[in-house]
Design a protein around this ligand. Structure first.
Ligand SMILES: CC(C)(COP(=O)(O)OP(=O)(O)OC[C@H]1O[C@@H](n2cnc3c(N)ncnc32)[C@H](O)[C@@H]1OP(=O)(O)O)[C@@H](O)C(=O)NCCC(=O)NCCS
Length: 150
């Protein structure tokens, strides 16, 4: 079942998010290259997901046996819907929940009358690179991220 998130889902969503983005986040890459900063990639990710959870109606969860096992966040910008974060508990992957969460977000965008949906992934994220074109997204740009020590 996929439903809008509720305030009480908050900690579980953060838990899935932090577990899911291990190895597939730019801040984690930076940490691997330059060492651990004061502010770990998990802390940065937690802040960004907490910001999104301030609007729980824009976050959707997949629930199985009364437990949240996946989530997707959405943002609306003019006539465009964005999907900044998506994660499924590793024990529940490969069963179509990721696809179902994206399909749900796309339906939500259509219901809002939006014209375009956007999502992004890292080149190192094989799942994202497979999944998004499969859902109908077309590649429009590649970006390179740089960092240096000061
Ligand atoms: C991305 C994620 C949400 C997918 O969740 P999921 O429930 O396993 O996804 P699904 O079962 O719906 O699989 C959908 C598609 O993903 C792709 N996929 C899944 N596992 C894959 C793997 N190990 N390698 C490559 N592609 C894979 C396939 O295209 C698959 O479609 P198929 O089953 O028709 O081949 C999940 O892997 C996850 O949480 N990953 C870590 C966080 C992340 O990368 N989030 C997205 C950031 S851009």
């Amino acid at each position: 079942m996929i439903r809008p998130s509720r305030l009480e889902d908050r900690e579980r969503i953060i838990e899935i998010c932090l577990a899911s983005f291990y190895g597939v986040s730019i801040d984690h890459n930076i940490e691997e290259k330059f060492g651990l900063p004061k502010d770990s990639w998990q802390e940065k990710k937690r802040r960004s997901i907490e910001k999104e959870l301030e609007k729980p109606e824009l976050v959707f969860v997949a629930e199985e046996d009364g437990q949240v096992v996946g989530f997707i966040t959405t943002q609306i910008d003019g006539d465009t819907g964005r999907i900044p974060n998506l994660g499924v508990d590793s024990a529940y992957r490969g069963r179509g929940l990721g696809k179902a969460l994206i399909a749900h977000a796309l339906d939500f965008f259509r219901q809002q009358g939006l014209k375009l949906a956007r999502i992004e992934t890292l080149d190192q994220n094989e799942v994202g690179k497979n999944l998004y074109p499969k859902m109908g997204f077309q590649q429009v740009a590649l970006q390179i991220h740089y960092a240096m020590e000061l």
